[in-house]
Design a protein around this ligand. Structure first.
Ligand code: F6P
Length: 327
């Protein structure tokens, strides 16, 4: 165990994700268990620069496990990207006596912490919290399971009304650079087609898929589109189909930020709890500049440099399954 660490600062940064609170709770309780002080840093790097800190103990994180969002709040900080901003943050951490950091967030959060570590060598560990599931080095990120379940629930509801009115729906889910939510909510929701940023489906290919419905008079269909689609978002695709054919009665639903909120699923709560404890145990065992991950249901620690070099690819198997099922 590393006896040099006496006070750990924990913060959430970037887009919030359901299960972040469960991770905060696990971090704080693991600190209490190992008798290390824990301080919450509010509003991510913004709060670090301003010295917005809050002492946390095992009791102060009661009743947050089941809540969406983040009790520590989140923000994107431009100032932390500057050397002056990072120096200010260092000063505030030093005067509070914080000698190690746990960040819960996505790749932007990690990039900031990696830079900070390189400059000032403060022991740091990241926990992957993003609904996008786009980080390499882990099979799952916190929040992805909940967000995908939310999308599936919405798709099921849209299917009811789509069938009643024989309508073609374009449903847009989140994922600026990642098709994870789209591919798996599309498979689980029985979509006729799934458009993701990682796959090079052309508009003509998409149209052909729907056109097949024209021959078999399948007017009611669901198309799931990831917001980062390379061939246009849900509104654009709907417009293009309408321009080509008046056969379909087309509607668009953009699920948007409702995918970011809500109570975390059991899966995300357990994942967050395991990762929170792993972060503290990692720090106390001299691990630093790493991201906690889960691989084949085992906790792993990944070097920042390694995970930053690649994206979490969607496996070929998921794409193959989606293709077979949407015939
Ligand atoms: O959390 C990741 C993500 O949900 C992306 O899929 C989406 O594009 C983005 O965040 C939107 O974030 P914000 O609303 O905070 O700008």
């Amino acid at each position: 165990m590393n006896n040099k660490i006496s006070k750990i600062g924990v913060f959430t940064s970037g887009g919030d994700a359901p299960g972040m609170n469960a991770a905060i709770r696990a971090v704080v309780r693991a600190c209490a268990y190992y008798k290390v002080d824990c301080v919450g840093i509010l509003r991510g790097y913004e709060g670090m620069i301003e010295g917005d800190f809050e002492q946390l103990d095992a009791r102060s994180v009661g009743n947050i496990l089941q809540r969406g969002g983040t009790v520590l709040k989140s923000a994107r900080s431009k100032e932390f990207r500057t050397p002056e901003g990072r120096l200010k943050a260092l000063g505030k951490l030093r005067s509070e006596g914080i000698d190690a950091l746990v960040a819960i967030g996505g790749d932007g959060t990690f990039t900031g912490l990696h830079k900070f570590y390189q400059e000032f060598s403060i022991p740091s560990i990241c926990i992957p919290g993003t609904i996008d599931n786009d980080l390499s080095g882990t099979d799952y990120t916190i929040g992805y399971d909940t967000a995908t379940n939310t999308a599936v629930e919405a798709i099921d509801k849209i299917r009811d009304t789509a069938l009643s009115h024989n309508r073609l729906f374009f449903i847009e889910v989140m994922g600026r650079h990642s098709g994870y939510i789209a591919i798996n909510s599309g498979i689980a929701g029985g979509a006729a087609a799934i458009v993701i940023p990682e796959e090079t489906m052309t508009f003509d290919e998409l149209y052909e898929k729907l056109g097949e419905g024209e021959e078999t008079s399948k007017k009611s269909n669901l198309v799931v589109v990831a917001e980062g689609s390379k061939i246009g978002d849900a509104h654009t695709l709907a417009k293009k189909v309408a321009e080509r054919s008046s056969y379909f009665d087309i509607k668009v639903t953009v699920l948007g930020h409702l995918q970011r909120g809500g109570a975390p699923t059991y899966f995300d709560r357990v994942l967050a709890s395991r990762m929170g404890i792993a972060a503290i145990e990692g720090l106390l065992n001299n691990k630093s500049d790493v991201m906690v991950g889960i691989k084949d249901n085992k906790i792993v620690y990944n070097d920042f440099d390694t995970i930053m070099q690649s994206h979490h690819e969607i496996d070929e198997e998921s794409m193959r399954i989606a293709k077979i099922l949407s015939i």
